[in-house]
Design a protein around this ligand. Structure first.
Ligand code: NDP
Length: 285
């Protein structure tokens, strides 16, 4: 392996330490940041994510309120809870864990979270603000990717960044954030004709496809920075990224592992957003 590893766990610890310091400064001024996490149903992966978020809050000096609701919760009941949390001045951030059960309209729920408490950065107002470069809560996974790229010391400015995937939560915002850093950005998706060639010309390659080992070694430009967002549970029960790590690491200059890469950074960025929300809502930003 020639690539240097971008250690998501270590970088996440650094980001969480920053969030903890900011939370402590707010506490000294009488404000304790608080994140409300709402979990509907019994999805095992969601349970793990929610437990992780509560643990991160504890480590950062952020209060967490985890509200678990049964699978049979109606959309009206969930919207009523979101409205209650929206009106609660002690709650700075509201996160509704996705996916929601099929009978609930995810969009209606996300839209009900007021933009100033939307620490996931998924609401249309935050997405719009990000697009026009106004201050907003950046979506955690793409913001974590950018922070990881910057941690390498490699410049983003003027580089060709290829993002594979165009979802609203990862691919599109990752492309926008890289564009804001002056990269020349190509977004690839399932209809892209010459994907391999495009990837081969990427100085920065972000894979957010959801297919284990999708990015093969021959798709990586020598010296590239490779960010693997994918989390795929293999038949072996283990987590695999979207990138063939061993082959890509032979070519890349920097690469993120899975697990221990983008995942921990996503969680850490949520802590930053929550502290930022508390500061903004209390006129202390
Ligand atoms: P989506 O399924 O919403 O999006 C996948 C994207 O990949 C789509 O834009 C799709 O294109 C594209 N795609 C699928 N197949 C191909 C193909 N053969 N060639 C080119 N593009 C293709 O997934 P998400 O964006 O939500 O997540 C992507 C991955 O990242 C998943 O593994 C997910 O688990 C992981 N993830 C990890 C996080 C973390 O914290 N580490 C956080 C969030 C997600 P099209 O639009 O044309 O269908």
């Amino acid at each position: 392996m020639q690539a240097k590893l971008i250690d998501g766990k270590a970088l996440a610890a650094q980001v969480k330490a920053e969030a903890a310091a900011e939370a402590a400064a707010l506490k000294a001024k009488g404000v304790t940041p608080c994140l409300a996490v709402v979990l509907v149903g019994e999805d095992p992966a969601s349970q793990v994510y929610v437990r992780g978020k509560a643990k991160d809050c504890g480590e950062c000096g952020i209060d967490s309120r985890v509200i678990r609701l049964p699978e049979a919760t109606t959309q009206a009941e969930l919207l009523a809870l979101v409205a209650e949390l929206a009106a609660d001045r002690a709650v700075n951030g509201i996160l509704v864990q996705l996916p929601l059960p099929a009978h609930i309209d995810e969009k209606a729920v996300i839209d009900a979270i007021p933009p100033e408490k939307d620490v996931d950065g998924f609401s249309p107002v935050n997405v719009g603000r990000m697009q026009i470069g106004e201050p907003c809560y950046l979506p955690c996974t793409p913001a974590g990717c950018v922070r990881m790229i910057e941690s390498t010391g490699a410049s983003i400015d003027g580089k060709h960044a290829v993002v594979i995937g165009r979802s609203n939560i990862v691919g599109k915002p990752a492309a926008l954030l890289l564009l804001a850093k002056n990269a020349t950005v190509t977004i690839c998706h399932s209809h892209t004709a010459n994907l391999k060639e495009l990837c081969r010309s990427a100085d920065i390659l972000v894979a957010a496809v959801g297919k284990a080992g999708f990015v093969t070694g021959d798709m990586v430009k020598p010296g590239a920075v490779v960010i693997d967002v994918g989390i795929n549970r293999g038949a072996d029960g283990k987590l695999h990224g979207d990138v063939d790590f061993a082959a890509a690491a032979e070519k890349a200059a920097f690469i993120t592992p899975v697990p221990g890469g983008v995942g921990p950074m996503t969680r850490a960025m949520l802590m930053k957003n929550t502290v930022q929300a508390a500061a903004l809502q209390n006129g202390l930003a």
